[in-house]
Design a protein around this ligand. Structure first.
Ligand code: IPD
Ligand code: CA
Ligand code: CA
Length: 255
């Protein structure tokens, strides 16, 4: 864990340099941005992890994103919340998940600008900057703060746009309010910390969610697909994450 933390903190220095300086921005799609810093942070993480965990396969958003198999595997999103990163909004993070023998082992989500380091090791609880965190106990949906996200595909797919608008119509009147923070990894940490009661989003990739998912489970939260079944991190329609208390209600509303 110490080695892993040290590597991610060091990668955070590259991240911070990029956040506070002008950057080259290009478009992977109509709405999907990438900067030279996404690539630089990813390369640094890959090279460093290869030294401490040489037998591990690496799945990483900007370079090795076609692997859909978990064994001894590291999953990296070098910058989750790139739109925030480009626009100077500090809710952006490095997300890392480590699987050992096919099982969840370590999750880390680091927000370098806010100096918040979330991490969890299976069976040992979840932490923010060394303080234990846990999900909220709220069980009243009407009093719950719910987060969601909008996949880049909603710029092209009428079906995805419809899904998003329709679910907001169903959720908004029945909860305290809705937030769209712009980073799936941060959203999952906010549920882990008890800030949000739940978070849902369609079309996420494994690197968006894997680190935060391990943290959330260790913080006592629940995560599933839209049917309440175990989430396949590579293939699912909609991720549902919550404090456990309002999980079923959220599924009933969304489904
Ligand atoms: C995105 C963020 C965003 C979510 C998108 C993701 P990126 O990741 O997590 O919150 O709504 O679906 O793709 O592109 O900033 O790494
Ligand atoms: Ca992402
Ligand atoms: Ca990213």
């Amino acid at each position: 864990m110490d080695d892993i933390k040290k590597i991610i903190l060091e990668a955070g220095e590259i991240f911070k340099k990029g956040f506070y300086n002008l950057k080259n921005v290009s478009f992977k799609g109509k709405k999907d941005l990438v900067t030279e810093y996404d690539v630089a942070v990813e390369n640094f993480l890959k090279d460093s992890f290869k030294k401490v965990l040489p037998d591990y396969t690496i799945i990483a958003e900007e370079s090795s994103n076609d692997i859909q198999e978990i064994n001894n595997t590291i999953i990296i999103d070098p910058i989750d919340g790139t739109t925030n990163f480009v626009n100077g909004l500090p809710h952006c993070a490095i997300s890392v998940a480590i699987y050992k023998d096919g099982k969840e082992h370590i999750g880390a989500v680091y927000l370098p600008i806010l100096n918040e380091f979330f991490y969890a090791k299976k069976g040992e609880g979840a932490f923010l900057n060394d303080e234990k965190i846990s999900v909220s106990k709220e069980n009243d949906f009407q009093k719950s703060l719910i987060a969601t996200g909008f996949p880049y595909t909603c710029g092209e797919s009428e079906e995805d746009l419809e899904f998003i608008v329709d679910r907001i119509k169903r959720v908004l009147p029945n909860c305290q309010d809705i937030r769209r923070l712009g980073s799936a990894a941060v959203d999952l940490c906010m549920v882990s910390k008890g800030v949000f009661e739940a978070y849902y989003e369609i079309g996420l990739a494994s690197w968006d969610l894997a680190g935060g998912m391990i943290i959330l489970k260790e913080a006592g939260g629940s995560i599933s697909d839209i049917n309440g079944k175990e989430l396949n991190i590579f293939e699912h329609k909609c991720l549902i994450a919550s404090n456990g208390e309002i999980h079923k209600t959220l599924i009933d509303i969304i489904k």
